[in-house]
Design a protein around this ligand. Sequence first.
Ligand SMILES: Cc1ncc(COP(=O)(O)O)c(C=O)c1O
Length: 356
Amino acid sequence: MSAVYNYAPGPAMLPPAVLEEVRRDLAEPLPVSVLETGHRTDWFDEIAARSQANLRRLLDVPDDYAVLFLPGGARAQYAAVPLNLGAEDADYFNTGHWSVCAMDEAARYTRVHAAAEIADHDGLLTLPPPAQWSNSRRPAYRHYVGNETLTGFAFAADRHLDDGLLVADLTSNFLTAPVDVSRHRVIYAGAQKNAGIAGLAIVIVARETFGAARAETPSLYNYELQDKMDSRFNTPPVFSWYVCDRVLEWTRREGGVREMQRRAAQRAAALYDCIDASALYANPVAPQSRSATNVFFRLRPPQLESRFLREAGDQGLLGLRGHRATGGIRASLYNGMPPQGAAVLAEFMRDFEKRA
Ligand SMILES: Cc1ncc(COP(=O)(O)O)c(C=O)c1O
């Protein structure tokens, strides 16, 4: 069989060069392996300092923001955000599945207002224009999901809102495009898509929010405390953080976030061009909101989808099944996906359509 490509939504494909480094580091103890080395060693101090510095450089993070590496993935932040920001009211943009998960969790701690909601217009998922967004009177923050991983609906709220109150879940588009950090109170992302493997979330938080946390905020998720403790209040997920450090180094070496953005646009275009030229495939997202990292499509008729998945799998094209909530097909094309990964899939799709 030829090369295998993994289009899974996360955990996802790592850059092959990073995987090679990890293999080498595991095989060469220093003097003990990376799986057995402590988080208060010189070795780990270097990892913590380098990953912090690289992330700051990659996203141009202002000095008055803390960069934290926390356990628990992105979902833990759905609770940590309202708790740390001491929110009584918060506005949430609802662009899909992960927005709803964030709203449901936040509603346990704060009054959640819907700022705008995605809707189906003529078969295309669309967010109402800014003039139709509603704000609550004094929200502690305005939350959005930068990229809805299930449907591939992208939303760069920081292009529209500059009151400094934004909070962003960027889990599935982190490091794939520049973001204006100064417009946000908090940005967070699970590492397992564009920044490493599962078990770690990166949190960028404005230090001016410190002091607002509710008394019941768990110490482990108290941003101010974790900033003071260099994200090592407890034993952090050492191996996940180490892999994240390797991925950040790779991202910097490869040309940084602008280069990642260029590659992502190229990969996504290979698939959207194929979908738009086809009578078999259909993408349900308004063109201006199409994701560069998760390309979702259905087949007409949908009965062909199981054959599509089976034949793709036979050719080494893996992880294409859509989320159980949506069905359909989804190709996740994160930073670790080589350009030929998109080209090979587009080729398969064209060939499948001829035979279908
Ligand atoms: C946009 C988004 N937010 C949050 C999550 C949940 O992340 P975690 O499993 O790290 O909690 C995911 C997982 O796929 C996601 O895609």
